[in-house]
Ligand binder design. Structure first.
Ligand code: AMP
Length: 145
């Protein structure tokens, strides 16, 4: 078991560790699945946030979700991509964390997810908290203990 004597860092606000919204690739509810596929492919991210016109978080979209939505019985129906809206196919049951939450909550939740969407109380999307950033921070504390 790792022993880190000073555990104060667990209570620091997550604010400092957030990748801000303007640096996060995302899609809009009304975008079509073809556009979403392009964004996912070009950025190389496995999953990205879906926002509404007021920048509120509505869901997540992954490459798998897009592929699933056009999976026919015999082949993948690429021709349906322009007609499908992101809002119809996105995953809405997603983990989220508040800007006011602490490092410890982020750490606990990131055991199950590669990244978390960070929102204000009213759902406004602020950015993401990634497992990578939190692990780096944890490493700093462990090595300096
Ligand atoms: P990483 O921590 O870079 O390995 O990212 C883990 C996951 O977080 C990626 O696969 C994406 O789903 C998401 N992610 C990380 N950075 C971004 C970003 N700038 N824009 C959108 N999604 C991101």
């Amino acid at each position: 078991m790792i022993s880190v004597n000073n555990k104060e860092f667990l209570f620091t606000p997550i604010g400092d560790y957030i990748i801000p919204a303007e640096k996060v690739a995302h899609v809009q509810l009304g975008n079509n699945a073809e556009h979403a596929l392009l964004v996912l492919t070009k950025t190389g991210y496995s999953s990205i946030p879906v926002l509404d016109a007021q920048d509120r978080l509505q869901g997540l979209l992954s490459m798998r979700t897009v592929t699933d939505s056009i999976l026919g019985l015999a082949h993948i129906e690429y021709e349906r991509l322009p007609d499908l809206k992101v809002g119809e196919i996105m995953k809405t049951d997603i983990p989220r964390i508040l800007t006011t939450d602490r490092f410890q909550r982020g750490l606990d939740m990131l055991i199950d997810y590669p990244f978390l969407c960070v929102v204000e109380e009213d759902g406004t999307f602020v950015g993401i908290l990634t497992r990578r950033v939190i692990l780096k921070e944890l490493k700093k504390y462990i090595y300096s203990a």
